[in-house]
Design a protein around this ligand. Structure first.
Ligand SMILES: *Cc1c(COP(=O)(O)O)cnc(C)c1O
Length: 366
């Protein structure tokens, strides 16, 4: 049987059936019904965040957060990272803003704060960094820079569900943070996403944007779209949330086994554990240095694939190398390009057996 890079977490079927019973009784399927509200409440408690608005997916949550924070302006620039899923950049561009790519740090692959200030111009409106692989950005340095230049910060925390920094839920940093509950993430509601924010003024704006601008019973006060999370997905989220700590614990065992087997191998660099961070073990990225290891990333990928094991070259190419963005933006990001050429994310999910981890390591080291 083949092994994919991830496998969706599923709650027991009976729990899901139980959770959707009230929906069948009330016939309230969507439009922020009781199950949505229950999910929203539980998420805020779990993530230890003050305010949260739920969306049909993480991408629309980010796109609408950029809009709701009032960042859209002619020629406005947003400093972001090229080492991410393409959604981050699309959300900026679809708001008619210009992405300005800042390079990343070679150790944890998050935005390098030392390279931000050189990119700030009088058109800069915001910084959108990514807690990539669940690694926490240098939130303190980024906050200092943002304050100094009066910029908004929105974190793409799609990879960072449940992660804490110095004991604080990672959603609390920045003006807003986006979580994704996509099927492939550590925590899922099938599809789904949320925006955490602090300033209550954003509550109505986010609500209006995801619900056609409709306010009250008889008026639309703005131009909105439709990006509401429905109550069935909320029910799935409630069930998975009940088990997410055990999902993370099971991932930790896989993560530790990889570290044991690959940790001392010259030529293989895995993301070092960050200090002061409670991790979620969302991904297991390895950086493969051909000169020291003797095989390059693509060969390792192929050797695994030949045996039905599908790792991912995640993120390759970097976003500013994709056809839709290549050559359009002038910033050079050599570290991101180097990492994207050498990185491979290995299978990790809670049901992955440690024997399979050993088999994967045997192939890599063989
Ligand atoms: C998954 C992901 C998104 C988009 O989230 P969806 O819920 O799939 O729309 C955005 N950014 C990053 C870094 C992601 O991994």
């Amino acid at each position: 049987m083949s092994i994919m890079v991830t496998k969706s977490s599923m709650p027991p079927l009976e729990e899901y059936v139980e959770e959707i019973k009230p929906i069948f009784e009330s016939c309230w399927l969507t439009n922020m019904g009781p199950v949505y509200k229950k999910f929203q409440h539980q998420l805020k408690e779990y993530l230890e965040v003050p305010e949260m608005s739920l969306f049909v997916n993480g991408h629309m949550a980010l796109e609408m957060a950029i809009h709701a924070l009032g960042l859209r302006r002619e020629g406005g620039e947003v400093i972001t990272t090229p080492f991410t899923f393409v959604s981050t950049t699309h959300a900026i561009v679809r708001n008619d803003l210009v992405p300005v790519f800042c390079d990343i740090k070679p150790d944890d692959y998050t935005m390098d704060p030392e390279k931000i200030e050189a990119l700030i111009t009088d058109k800069t409106v915001a910084i959108i960094p990514v807690h990539v692989y669940g690694n926490v950005c240098d939130v303190e340095a980024i906050e200092t820079i943002a304050k100094k230049h009066d910029l908004k910060v929105i974190y793409d925390a799609a990879h960072a569900f449940g992660v804490k920094y110095k004991g604080t839920g990672v959603g609390n940093f920045g003006d807003a943070a986006m979580f994704s509950f996509h099927a492939t993430k550590v925590f899922n509601s099938v599809e789904g996403g949320g925006i955490v924010y602090h300033d209550r003024q954003y509550r109505n704006r986010l609500h209006d944007l995801k619900n056609f601008g409709i306010h009250g019973k008889e008026d639309a006060i703005g131009v909105g779209g439709n990006a509401k999370l429905d109550d069935f997905r909320a029910a799935m989220g409630i069930c998975n949330l009940r088990h997410v700590d055990s999902y993370i614990e099971a991932r930790r065992r896989v993560f530790d086994r990889y570290n044991e087997r690959l940790g001392d191998e010259p030529g293989i660099r895995f993301g070092k554990r960050q200090e002061n961070v409670t991790a979620n073990y969302a991904y297991y990225p390895v950086y493969i240095d051909e000169e020291l290891f003797g095989k390059n990333r693509d060969l390792v990928y192929d050797e695994l694939a030949d045996r039905g094991i599908f790792a991912r070259k995640y993120f390759y190419p970097a976003v500013n190398e994709l056809s839709c963005y290549k050559g359009v933006y002038p910033q050079k990001t050599p570290v991101a390009h180097d990492v994207s050429a050498h990185i491979l994310t290995l299978p990790i999910y809670e049901k992955l057996a440690l024997e399979d981890v050993d088999r994967i390591c045997d192939i890599i080291l063989g």
